[in-house]
Design a binder for this molecule. Sequence first.
Ligand code: ADP
Length: 832
Amino acid sequence: MADTGTNLPGSDLSENYEDWRRQFATDRLVVLYYLGLVANPVFIAADVLLHREYLSSLLEIRAVLELGFLFSFLMLKQRVVLFTPNVLLALWILIGNLCIAQMTVILGGFTAQYYSGLNLVFLAAAVIVPISWPTHLAAQLGTLLYYFGANFLHPQTPAGLDAAIENSFFLVWTCVAVLFSVNLYERLQRAEFQARVSERRISRQLEASNRKLLELDRLKSEFFANISHELRTPLTLSLGALKTLQNSSLNPECGQLVQSGLRNTSRLLFLINELLDLAKFDSGRAELRKRCMDLASLVRGIAADFESSQKNRVHLEGVSEPVLAEVDSRQMKKVLYNLFSNAFKFNDLEKGRVWVRLSADEDRINIAIEDNGIGIPRDQLERIFDRFTQVEASATRRYEGSGIGLALVKEIVTLHGGSISVESTLGSGSTFTITLPRGRASPDEMIGIEDEEVIVLPSFRETQQESTRPITTLPTSGGDQPLVLVADDNADMRSYLERVLSREFRIALAVDGAEALEQARASHPDLILTDVMMPRMSGDDLLKAVREDRKLRSIPVVFLTARAGTEARVESLEAGADDYVAKPFDENELLARVRNLIGQRAQERELVQLQKEKIARFLPPHLADMILAGDRDDFLKGHRVEITVLFIDLRGFTAFAESAEPEVLMAILREYQAEMGSLISEYGGTLERFAGDAMMVFFNDPVPVPDHAEQAVRMAIVMRDRSADLRAKWTARAINLGVGIGIATGYASLGVIGFEGRKDYAAIGPVTNLAARLCGEAQHGQILISGRILELVESLVSTEAVGPLTLKGFQQPVVAYNVNGLRPLKDCGSTT
Ligand code: ADP
């Protein structure tokens, strides 16, 4: 489809399509008319060769034809209103075909071969101007009417009639084919037109938003530059004030505060300067003040700033002779400071080394800065020169930084016409290589290194030293104050928080989430106040770990974060933090929040303790704990486990109960239960229930007990010894009571049974029945154990077989074993 470039997209698509189509048709009609005007005279050759006898008549007709074409063509060119493209198309077909039909009349009617010209005209019109099938149809009807009408007006021979029929077939089907093709082509054209219109519309919208974005970007850069500039003034003044204070005589505490203020204000100024520089590059306002200078002396000077007094950390090569280059010295300082500080920042504090190699040829200078630091993953090498890019994930990043430095370095180097590249091996170190053109460097024009101040991040050394300071727990005034654990990777922030909070609390400090977790496990603080973005373990991960730890989960956790706004607050609270404080914060507000949370948690603890005491009166303590913790619901619902069940009850109790006073009975029971009860918890068993004089004890559930059968038997032996003492006392008071014990081990289903309002923890399985029956069979002083227990404790105790016993609930008689006592240590023989 030809694109005429007319006013395409608009609100009304169809109207525009019509415009476009009109123009398209006009263009094609010009071609069609040219063709007609040329073809007509060419056919005179055929007239001369084949029909010389009718030549004059034929020439007359051709003259009319040519004039007709010429007239219409003029109308087309003049764009006469009446002669629309459709009219001109119909005219072309009709003028051509009526003349051809008239020639066939002269040349013998239907048998005349010139009739083929009609088909030719139909086809040429349809191929060149494929629009408006009704126009084609009208012209075709006119043609057929004239051709058949004019020829039938003359008498026809039989051959002529045959030819008429034959010709009519060809003519009609040519017309039908032409009409279909024009119609289809037109539909295709319309669809294509609409697609193109949508495409254009989208591309215009894209262009518009692109323009808008560029404009926004420009405004942003401008705003950035302005605001950064505004920020620099107060910051510079603050720095000045702090520097003056630093030089005055201050007490050590104030001295430290001033140092911290100085460090952090310089850091802020450094960041703002970097942002300002970037904004300048963005707005195209960055200009170089290139002068000839000695790069070797610049490298030496900067290296000296980074060298520490005790260590030989910087190694220089190629700097003994001057290396002249035409560069902007202030910008080059920034480049080198950035690369040096990265080389040390992403490195070990003790073992970190940097090698600088300066080399030059006629045109170019290379500066390679190599370190033996942490290295950069291969897949990140491309990205690190992008703005705001840091290798580690932001929430757990280990090193401070903004991700601007290398982007700025690259901009400066590129503006000098140079390039920067990096090679790195993860874990071994990185080498950044800058290549710069020497420019017009001449010793006569050389300047000294300008003393213009490039504010260096003052903190990277100090911060690292600070942050590796061992964790301290400071029991500030009074040992009974609540303990607050503070986790923050920024040393200044840690000491600030310490200063604020130590007015009311004891403080423990941690440099990151991992240390905080360790600290929390060791000292179980009353509250954890944590930064979110920290190395090794972020605040989020610390919170997760605290919540997953049964012992720590109730400690309130407060996030301290630089992210302000409702969204950050909601995120923190949703993550499970108890509170959220945004930096910068008000000291009193922080204190109040911490105080409230600690108070609240203390009340909750008291409440839980009260509940626990109440519940523990009726349930085994482990179960009470578990129920209060509320985290073992599945466990309480049911599980299957191998347990050892011990049953103990008093022999002769029924007879005694019948004759004794209830008070005496109660006193005897209490004495016996207190004596046995203390042993149960000592051996890790769980007293499942009292039933009169009987007690049922579980081993290995709900508290896991390794060697549960052995523990149960050991306890039973001690119980028997104690009961012997009790019996001696009772006998002295003429009370005849003894103690029998039964023990069995096996699988049972355990869990809470009962109904709302009255629940119990129970074991379901033959093992409880067996233990109860064995206990029933045991005489005073006997400990009857099942065969399965014997297998487990055979080497521990000596036993004797009892039975076979017929026990209720067991189809086969059961052989039980009475435990005589513990074997001497070396005795590993068989049962006696
Ligand atoms: P910043 O140091 O402020 O984070 P930079 O643009 O200077 O930002 O560096 C971008 C990132 O490239 C750094 O965060 C660090 O992950 C990585 N990087 C830069 N220099 C080194 C280096 N010498 N060794 C290891 N990693 C580096």
